[in-house]
Design a protein around this ligand. Sequence first.
Ligand code: NDP
Length: 264
Amino acid sequence: MKKLFSIFGNPVSHSRSPLMHNSVFKHLGYDACYTRTHLIDGTRLKETFFSLDLSGANVTVPHKEAAFNACDEVRGFAKKAGVVNTLVNEDGKLIGYNTDADGFMYAIDEFQEIKKVLILGAGGTAKALAARFKEDDINVSVLNRSQARLSYFEELGCSCFTWKDFKLETYDLVVNTTSAGLKDEELPAPKELIQDMLNATEYVADAIYGKITPFLQIAKEKNIIYKDGADMLLGQGVLANELFVNFELAKEDIKKEMQKSFTI
Ligand code: NDP
């Protein structure tokens, strides 16, 4: 029977995940189809997943923490991060994983020696990246517009700031994990702070893909080496697809087919 997969998010229309996973299924002859589901209320994730009879799913903004809470079991790195971006239906049980963080590590592999990082934002992606950086003993600072979500990062041993009390240091990498710039032209922090931090970093990355965000535009104008979220998307997608097909397809083949879908 044909398996059905989906991405859940709000917004979700921008997501390239259907194209990426369908490209793999189609060209590698795996009998499955991947769709998208606009989910407004994250607490309805589990019932929606099972009512659609899904074999697996990805979860994007703003439901990754809700996805963690919805799981019957969370495996691997996702347990530490408290955020889930990949769901697998294992005999009627909802199993959660996180492939974002390793996807991001794959993306920044070409950057030299990252020892100190400033993360903009304190949502699901920020949590996953901070926990992953800490595993590699990378020094992490977090800057968010509001205080409420910073406690997780304080417990993790990060230096935490809001816009009001930000203390500038020097960084190897500044990464935007906020959704500022996704569907608008906003910056992830006030412009003066962005200017200062970009003058104090070697590299810049944005989790948002498919466009030059206003944040990346400033990095570009300053001639800083930067990358958008496309490689992170590819990295997390390959790892998620391996879980969807239960490792029946070769990783290199998955990567090759997904990469091709980026040119569509
Ligand atoms: P969350 O909703 O969990 O977190 C969003 C964060 O952004 C919060 O810290 C929020 O601050 C902050 N924020 C939202 N709007 C603004 C704004 N206008 N100015 C400043 N801060 C803002 O989102 P996720 O972590 O799930 O996703 C974040 C982004 O990363 C999305 O754009 C998503 O598309 C992208 N992403 C890309 C991936 C890829 O593969 N390339 C993978 C995963 C995510 P507050 O706490 O104050 O509300």
